[in-house]
Design a protein around this ligand. Structure first.
Ligand SMILES: O=C(O)CCC(=O)C(=O)O
Ligand SMILES: [Fe+2]
Length: 313
């Protein structure tokens, strides 16, 4: 990370955050193992995500932009891995805590260990970025480190695979529909296939979309909707989408949200008499439940085994 102060730094210079070096040979290994797993669709459905949002999410399971996606979901499949909490631990009562869904060790040897390590290491990066955000908002540097914040974070790793379905915005076909992520920030690692686009000014009409150039060995940092709410719009959440071309693409998203019981409300440093809060306070668990419900297929559609949402392409 560079030594720039936040104030007065042009938005472009924030790309110095790309210099966080997390290159880890294990990750390459896990990507090839994941590819192997993707070839076996019977296995995948055995690992189907559960009501805690852990496990495999099939193509079209998620629909992020219902207005433009004409009711066909995202052409991506994924695998959610959250904070591992044993079934008999009282914390597992919380909607986003519980045991993960893991493939059998002999099916993907070492995979669980690699993913758990990635989860542990990435949260440290997320907290480091959160400290910079805290300073930029005139808060104590450790504001987001408190237990009710990221001390007991909901932190979800999601491995994503785009099989090469070509997107066609005029027909509402997207790798991932336009959206902003739900939480504080998302750390995104991608392969070298172009696909991710951001819209810098989400209120502009028409919207302008630009590709984000992949940079191997670095994270793209997307700002989430809770940060927009906390900061009263000082930080706008990043509107983004993925366009597929015929190339296969892989990415890893690490979504960082505060504790279940965190009340996300306008920060004292972001409001004044002339600038009152723009958003009502929300409880993190309620907000997350609603956002997942709004964007993911009802699990009941999978009751008949391999039934996927209708693909009208
Ligand atoms: O695959 C990507 O680059 C982005 C994925 C994404 O935006 C998401 O899963 O929320
Ligand atoms: Fe996203």
């Amino acid at each position: 990370m560079g030594n720039h102060s936040i104030e007065g730094v042009e938005a472009k210079e924030f790309s110095v955050l790309n210099c966080i070096d997390l290159s880890n040979p294990d990750i390459n290994n896990s990507v090839s193992l994941l590819k192997q797993a993707c070839l076996d669709s019977g296995q995948k459905m055995k690992l189907l995500r559960n009501e805690k949002h852990r496990g495999y999410t099939p193509v079209l399971d998620e629909l992020l932009d219902p207005e433009n996606q004409v009711h066909v979901g995202d052409y991506k499949e994924g695998y959610y891995i959250g904070v591992e909490v044993a079934e008999d631990d009282p914390e597992a009562q919380k909607p986003f805590y519980g045991p993960n869904v893991w493939p059998a060790e002999d099916f993907l040897p070492g995979w669980r260990e690699t993913m758990e390590k990635f989860h542990r290491e990435t949260i440290k990066v997320g907290k480091a970025v959160a400290r910079i955000i805290a300073l930029a908002l005139d808060l104590d540097v450790d504001f987001f480190d408190k237990p009710e914040m990221l001390g007991e974070a909901i932190a979800t790793l999601r491995l994503l695979h785009y099989a090469g379905q070509i997107s066609n915005p005029s027909q509402g076909i997207y790798g991932a529909g336009a959206h902003s992520d739900f939480g504080l920030i998302t750390l995104l690692a991608t392969d070298d296939v172009l696909g991710l686009q951001i819209c810098r000014d989400k209120d502009a009409k028409p919207q302008t979309w630009e590709y984000v150039a992949p940079l191997i060995g670095s994270f793209i940092v997307n700002l989430g909707d809770m940060l927009e709410r906390w900061s009263n719009g000082v930080f706008k959440s990043t509107l983004h989408r993925v366009l597929g071309n015929e190339q296969e693409r892989y990415s890893i998203a690490y979504f960082l949200e505060p504790s279940h019981d965190c009340l996300v409300e306008c920060l004292p440093t972001c409001k004044s008499e002339t600038n009152p809060p723009k958003f009502p306070p929300v409880l993190c668990r309620d907000y997350m439940n609603q956002r997942y419900k709004d964007t993911h297929a009802d699990l009941k559609i999978y009751n008949n085994g391999l039934n996927l949402p209708a693909d009208t392409s």
